[in-house]
Design a protein around this ligand. Structure first.
Ligand SMILES: O=C(O)C1=C[C@@H](OP(=O)(O)O)[C@@H](O)[C@H](O)C1
Ligand SMILES: C=C(OP(=O)(O)O)C(=O)O
Length: 462
């Protein structure tokens, strides 16, 4: 078996599912309990930091979606031994910081922004060269946000000219530490710099004006990196992260919690069907990811948090949602945006079923995700009879408190979150809601349909 293979065959970041649509019908309510697939952000980091550790990392609960496969395939192509032992159980034989090899082919990152930006960071401070490309969605996404700091650290990055994939990155053999203030609230940019800093002499500093998910910092600390996190005291939630390079990371066993971004779909489906009662077991509730819980509470659908515990340095709990008689409209504080950035499309669905006008702003980042999620959801909701107003940095959703009309086929634009949000909308609409392409769902939540249907939804492939 070559280094690029696992016991289940070659690791590939390519889509395996056939294109085809799906449809969701109105159901009375959702009932039951389930566990969610592993957190996507933590899964990427477990593979990458495992790859840089000296020795063997055991991972349980790894998300086996296409985005995480893209990360595994790229690391494998760079000489890291990665093996799948059984569902969710993976072993990574780390090569140590600074010991990755130039892959012998282009790295296809599929649909995954996190894989691309974090791996660019990893490559930036090592004397290797990688070509990165991706699917039609990823090739439209902005990479200048990582190209700028990584170039300052010494990497040479050639892109198509507009800072988009495909690009070629030549890592530096004498990288320089950086003191960098993030111009956008982005955990991907922060993590790219932290990964580059690991093989850079001296101390690098990342200043984030608004706190973003801190999975990289937590895992780096657990593996023995010299990293400190300080509140910046600038009024907002800012932080200053300092990391000292030429590090040696020690492997740790990583248990990946359930993904709160995936949990948002059954939570909202239950919230829009009165009388629903669901329990989602073992979901990560890192405070920098848990904005969806605050938002749903403000809409009159509080989540009960039970059995709180800590697993692998991350807070975890069981989440119980009881579908309320009616949902209230909300004007959400824009400060919450980084704490639930990927959950907005499905929160817009909750707002469509609420009584009154909800206002969501501070969401300019949603326009540069797998699709322009503000435009895509505005189109989806209005096609289903919901009045919306698009603003440059957000969406106003005029809910009437009665079920949306539905009856439309929604264009998913290669975006898993648009696909799943539209299917959640169908659970509470007068007429079925269809999507043109269900394949993107496998990027983050391959078991979405069976899991949702076990809770009572009626979602079928077309
Ligand atoms: O760091 C991560 O794992 C992620 C950060 C977020 O992106 P940004 O950093 O672009 O906000 C999020 O949207 C993405 O799904 C995962
Ligand atoms: C934005 C997302 O992922 P990525 O940036 O990794 O493509 C997402 O999962 O919603």
């Amino acid at each position: 078996m070559s280094a690029h293979e696992t016991s289940i065959g070659p690791i590939s970041g390519q889509k395996s599912s056939k294109a085809g649509g799906a449809q969701s019908k109105c159901v009375a309510h959702l009932k039951g309990q389930c566990s969610l697939p592993g957190d996507k952000s933590i899964s990427h980091r477990a593979l990458m930091l495992g790859a840089l550790a000296v020795g063997r990392t055991h991972i349980t609960g790894l998300l086996e979606g296409e985005d995480v496969h893209a990360t595994a395939a790229a690391l494998s192509a760079m000489g890291v031994g990665i093996r799948r032992e059984s569902p969710g159980q993976w072993v990574v034989d780390g090569v140590g910081v600074g010991a990755l090899q130039t892959p012998d082919n282009i790295l296809d990152m599929g649909n995954s922004g996190t894989s691309t930006r974090l791996l660019m960071g990893l490559v930036a401070s090592q004397p290797i060269r990688c070509f990165f490309t991706g699917d039609g969605s990823l090739r439209k996404r902005p990479m200048n946000r990582v190209i700028a700091p990584l170039s300052q650290m010494g990497a040479v990055i050639e892109s198509r000219g507009d800072g988009r994939l495909p690009l070629l990155i030549t890592g530096s053999d004498s990288p320089m530490p950086i003191d960098y203030t993030l111009p956008v609230a982005s955990a991907q940019v922060k993590s790219a710099i932290l990964l580059a800093a690991l093989n850079t002499p001296g101390t690098s500093v990342v200043r984030e004006p608004k706190a973003t998910r801190d999975h990289s910092e937590r895992m780096l600390k657990a593996m023995g990196a010299q990293i400190t996190v300080e509140e910046s005291g600038t009024g907002e939630t800012g932080r200053i992260i300092r990391i000292t390079g030429e590090a040696e990371l020690s492997p740790v066993d990583i248990s990946v919690p359930g993904d709160i971004s995936s949990a948002a779909f059954p939570l909202v489906a239950a919230a829009i069907r009165p009388g629903s009662q669901i329990r989602l077991k073992g979901v990560g509730i890192n405070p920098l990811r848990a904005g969806i819980l605050t938002a749903l509470e403000q809409m009159g659908a509080p989540v009960t948090i039970e059995n709180r515990r800590e697993e692998g340095g991350e807070p975890v709990a069981d989440l119980v949602m009881t579908g309320p008689e009616r949902l209230k409209a909300v004007t959400l504080d824009p400060a919450i945006a980084p704490l639930m950035i990927d959950e907005f499309p499905v929160l817009f669905v909750a707002a469509a079923c609420a009584q009154g006008s909800s206002r969501f702003t501070g969401l300019e980042e949603l326009r540069v995700k797998e699709s322009d999620r503000i435009a895509a959801m505005a189109a989806a909701l209005s096609a289903c009879g919901v009045a919306v107003e698009e603003v440059p940095d957000g969406l106003i959703v005029h809910g009437t408190g009665s079920p949306p009309l539905g009856g439309a086929t929604i264009t998913t634009h290669l975006d898993h979150r648009i696909a799943m949000s539209a299917l959640v909308l169908g659970c509470a609409s007068d007429r079925p809601v269809s999507i043109d392409d269900a394949a993107p769902i496998t990027t983050s939540f391959p078991d979405f349909m069976p899991l949702m249907n076990a809770l009572g939804t009626e979602i079928t492939l077309l």
